[in-house]
Design a binder for this molecule. Structure first.
Ligand SMILES: [Zn+2]
Length: 120
C-alpha cells in the first residue's frame, strides 16, 4: 500500500474525513487540507516547463505550442499567465523619469519637406 502524503504540504500525518465521490477523503493534520488518495489530475509538470521554454526562448505562438503538445491553446495561455504572475515587476532605475519611444521617427525624418503630391 502506498503511503498517504498531503497534496499541498507533503505532510504524512492525516486522518480520515468522510467519503467524496466514492473515494476516501483525508484531512492533513499539519495544514488542514482535504485530499483523496487518487492520482493528480492535469498535465505533467514537465509539459508546463517545456511550454515556458518554447514560449520564452523559442519565440513560438500559443497555438503552435498547443499543436506540438496536443493541448488547447487556452491551456498554454493559462500556464504562461500563471507563471508570469510569479515573476516580480521589473525595476526601473530612479534616474529615468519618462521615456517615450516614437517608432515613426525614421519615417518622419525621411518625409520630403514639400506638401502635397510631387510634381512630375
Ligand atoms: Zn498538508
Amino acid at each position: 500500500m502506498c503511503e498517504l502524503v498531503c497534496k499541498r504540504c507533503g505532510g504524512k500525518d492525516s486522518v480520515k474525513s468522510g467519503i467524496v465521490r466514492g473515494h476516501q477523503r483525508y484531512r492533513c493534520k499539519s495544514c488542514g487540507c482535504h485530499f483523496t488518495a487518487t492520482k493528480r489530475c492535469g498535465k505533467p509538470h514537465m509539459m508546463r516547463v517545456l511550454t515556458l521554454l518554447l514560449y520564452g526562448m523559442g519565440n513560438m505562438s500559443y497555438r503552435m505550442i498547443a499543436r506540438l503538445l496536443g493541448v488547447s491553446h487556452v491551456s498554454v495561455y493559462a500556464w504562461i499567465k500563471a507563471e508570469a504572475k510569479k515573476i516580480p515587476e521589473p525595476k526601473i532605475p530612479a534616474d529615468i523619469d519618462v521615456l517615450n519611444l516614437d517608432e515613426m521617427w525614421h519615417f518622419l525624418k525621411k518625409e520630403p519637406k514639400t506638401v502635397g503630391t510631387p510634381s512630375v
